[in-house]
Design a protein around this ligand. Sequence first.
Ligand code: ZN
Length: 168
Amino acid sequence: MSNSIVADDMVVSFNYTLRRASDNEVLDASEDEPMFYLHGASNIVPGLERQLTGRAVGDKLTANVPAAEAYGEKEPGDPQRVPMDAFPEDMPLVEGMPLIAEGPDGEHHHFFIVGVDEEDEVVLIDSNHPLAGVDLAFEVEIVALRAATAEELEHGHPHGPDGHSHHH
Ligand code: ZN
């Protein structure tokens, strides 16, 4: 395996600007530090991961990723209203925050906070990711590549750009 090409089991560091494809509005960007992820472990959206495969350090590209290969198509259904006191008291309730609820079947259900109504003390949650249904364009520059450590492969995520920091 070459250590100079993006492939499975490599930790990839990259700078990016994320735009909404329809109007080019910038939605997110790496700022002072590049973003890093373990390739082949579904750490990033599948359409971007696939388009980075085979790239090298220094490569710059624009990856156009349709919603279906990013955060999915938007599922119909209104957000659900949940009383604030159903959440742990010390939990910050912030728009955009992901939540995981365990159902009676032990299944994990993923939700996002899409609104907080302080007056009615209600939190609006939706199973759609905030970027569901949005076609994305990532401008990417690959800045570093290294082989993942055995521990990182076991965990399915990288432990920092250099593989030495471990925060959990
Ligand atoms: Zn870990």
